[in-house]
Design a protein around this ligand. Structure first.
Ligand SMILES: C[S@@+](CC[C@H](N)C(=O)[O-])C[C@H]1O[C@@H](n2cnc3c(N)ncnc32)[C@H](O)[C@@H]1O
Length: 230
């Protein structure tokens, strides 16, 4: 019920009804930004050469999870709120080893698992869409010490908006494939507010980068943050 009331369900429904999801070849790069082939790749997760356990929060169609499982010998789980997205991800990449997709809310997944991960990440996924005061401690609890948590979010000053002045979420929109928009709320923090919340959860902010997309004017479009578990 929760998932079907969500704009993300409508988003997935429109995407899916546009055509059947086919098996896809594995992307050559990990993408953190709205434009492909720009910015850093998987190296910011610091996975190293040995097999690692990795969790994606809000994996959508699973492109990045497939890349990490295939090109970085990681064992990856992608979690997404919407069962239709998970079905789509499985149609694209279900044939791959060391990769699985789970339908559910990321908080429920984190609360139910007793696994410890070598990296946890989100690419315009659940981070920012779930109260950070609850989500960040749950992430920290399941990340091994010294390991990386990384996420990209829409930049809080996109389109020239002023940054949030408090810890409350703001109104935002999901743009659907048919270009219509549905309202959501987003915790739209700037870098220093993220740092404060990461710190409270026992995560140390190690880098924050902002990115522009020339197609979208002079304002930054994406904030990419990495943090380390203390
Ligand atoms: C903008 S899409 C990004 C998908 C993917 N990371 C990518 O880069 O293509 C956001 C995804 O987050 C999922 N999502 C939103 N809130 C979530 C939550 N609380 N738990 C799990 N997934 C969530 C949505 O269903 C949607 O598939």
């Amino acid at each position: 019920m929760l998932a079907q009331a969500s704009p993300w369900y409508v988003h997935a429904l429109q995407r899916t009804s546009a055509g059947p999801a086919e098996p896809l070849s594995v992307p050559a790069r990990m993408e953190w930004l709205t434009r492909r082939d720009r910015g850093p790749g998987a190296e910011i997760l610091n996975l190293g050469p040995h097999r690692k356990r990795v969790l994606e929060l809000g994996c959508g169609p699973g492109h990045n999870a497939a890349h990490l499982a295939t090109r970085h010998a990681a064992r990856v789980t992608g979690v997404d709120l919407v069962g239709l997205q998970v079905r789509r991800a499985r149609s694209h990449y279900g044939r791959l080893r060391n990769l699985d997709f789970v339908a559910g809310h990321v908080l429920h997944y984190l609360q139910a698992t007793d696994e410890q991960f070598d990296a946890i990440y989100s690419v315009f996924g659940a981070v920012g869409l779930v109260a950070p005061q609850v989500l960040l401690p749950a992430i920290a609890q399941h990340l091994k010490p010294g390991r990386t948590f990384a996420f990209s979010v829409p930049h809080p000053q996109r389109h020239g908006r002023p940054p949030s002045i408090d810890d409350r979420p703001r109104r935002d929109f999901v743009t659907l494939p048919d270009r219509s928009r549905l309202p959501i709320v987003r915790w739209d923090f700037d870098c220093s507010r993220w740092e404060t919340h990461l710190d409270r959860a026992g995560l140390w902010l190690s880098s924050a980068q902002e990115f522009h997309d020339a197609r979208q004017g002079r304002w930054p479009t994406t904030l990419l943050i990495t943090a380390r578990k203390l």
